[in-house]
Design a protein around this ligand. Structure first.
Ligand code: GDP
Ligand code: ZN
Length: 288
């Protein structure tokens, strides 16, 4: 497939079509109008007439409808950073990207040290966030991860030095998807973004190496209830006396009770309180 500026490769029922954007979609001249991963409607004349609503949009590189956002850390060297992990998970949920956690370099840990990390991260299983414990050196966990990522579009992010390149190298086919090429598995797509780093997986699917995923700012929520919505386990409890409870100072708070009863880990609640205070002081008053 040649790369031709302004054309979009679309895969539909096993066939490829080369289409252009209809004028009306182009008018605002935004890069974001139609991008890799978009589901589109096109007509017989080869014009895209509609871009379907997206479940999410990654901006660097520009890719729509990502299945998973991998947050990668190392168990050691550099040390695991639970605060950053939690903040990145909040951002992922805020952006409607399903978070997945990878802890690499588990070969550097003793059995007890690994047990401690697993223990600290156990709460993630309750909110259905998968965690993969990996060693690229000893080939631990790679097979499970490969199986998990099969046929999916996954963005990888994390601080440097955690072994992201090592994992991506192990996972990917040696071939890099060139601009203008399209894959049978991605239903519709435009491959014109120059910084797009879509790496094909031999099992089908893509991984995206993303530099813009390591931000450690809190998501720009509008209010306490929006922040609370990013803590899935806070919506499982028995409820609170006040239905607008923010779980800080209110009496008969179901969340504080769940913490006392050991259902929600204390560290997790303390993290929530830090997010609440910081958002209140630095983010929410912007909207007033
Ligand atoms: P990136 O900056 O996240 O892309 O990390 P690299 O893939 O460049 O790896 C950073 C360093 O960690 C390199 O020295 C790798 O050899 C090392 N590394 C990668 N994976 C592992 C692992 O599973 N175990 C150990 N002990 N070191 C690893
Ligand atoms: Zn409450």
């Amino acid at each position: 497939m040649n790369k031709i500026q302004g054309f979009y490769n679309i895969e539909s029922n096993g066939k490829e079509y080369l289409c252009k954007l209809r004028g009306i979609l182009k008018r605002s001249d935004k890069r974001e109008n139609c991008t890799v991963g978009d589901y589109v409607v096109f007509d017989e004349d080869g014009f895209i007439t509609e871009v379907k609503p997206r479940k999410n949009l990654l901006r660097r590189p520009l890719v729509a409808n990502i299945d998973f956002g991998v947050i990668q850390f190392a168990a050691k060297d550099p040390a695991i950073d639970y605060e950053k992990i939690n903040i990145l998970i909040l951002n992922s949920l805020y952006n409607k990207i399903n978070p997945v956690l990878i802890i690499n370099k588990v070969d550097l840990l003793s059995e007890d040290e690994l047990k401690e990390i697993k223990n600290n991260l156990e709460y993630l299983s309750k909110i259905e966030i998968p965690v993969f414990y990996i060693s690229t050196y000893e080939n631990i966990g790679i097979e499970e991860l490969t199986e998990f990522l099969k046929d999916r579009v996954t963005a990888f992010g994390g601080p440097s030095g955690v072994g992201k390149s090592s994992i991506l190298n192990l996972l990917q086919d040696s071939r890099e998807l060139k601009t203008g090429e399209t894959s049978k598995r991605l239903r519709a797509g435009k491959h014109t973004t120059r910084d797009s780093r879509l790496l094909t997986l031999p099992t089908g699917g893509f991984v995206i190496d993303t530099p813009g995923f390591s931000s450690v700012d809190l998501p720009p929520t509008e209010d306490a209830q929006e922040l609370i919505s990013l803590f899935p386990e806070f919506n499982l409890g028995e409820g609170c006396k006040f239905n607008n409870c923010v779980h800080i100072n209110e009496p008969q708070c179901g969340i504080k009770k769940a913490v006392e009863d050991g259902i929600i880990p204390k560290e997790r609640y303390e993290f929530f309180k830090r997010c609440y205070e910081k958002s209140k002081n630095e983010i929410w008053n912007r909207y007033k």
